[in-house]
Design a protein around this ligand. Sequence first.
Ligand SMILES: [Zn+2]
Length: 102
Amino acid sequence: MKQRKIPLRKCVACQEMKPKRTLIRIVRSPEGEVSIDLTGKKSGRGAYLCGQASCFKLAKKSKAFDRALGVPVDPAIYDRLEQEFIKVEEEFRAASAREEDA
Ligand SMILES: [Zn+2]
């Protein structure tokens, strides 16, 4: 098996470096809209977060997205993203588990 370099990114909440595919990307579009980017391909300034709700909670508490995205993020947006995050978290985990099996 060839050894591949695994791209690492830092989680904005817990500050740990992790393989990019285990992280969920949050993106601020050029229009200023903050959303979850499961494809990792949306344009805009991005921030990475571990695929787990505890890191989202930590990010919310410490306003980590404000710093990472360079804009003040409204608490209502954190709340909305948290709901989405919890939904995608399950899918995301199932997807990474499938990838590991393959
Ligand atoms: Zn984390």
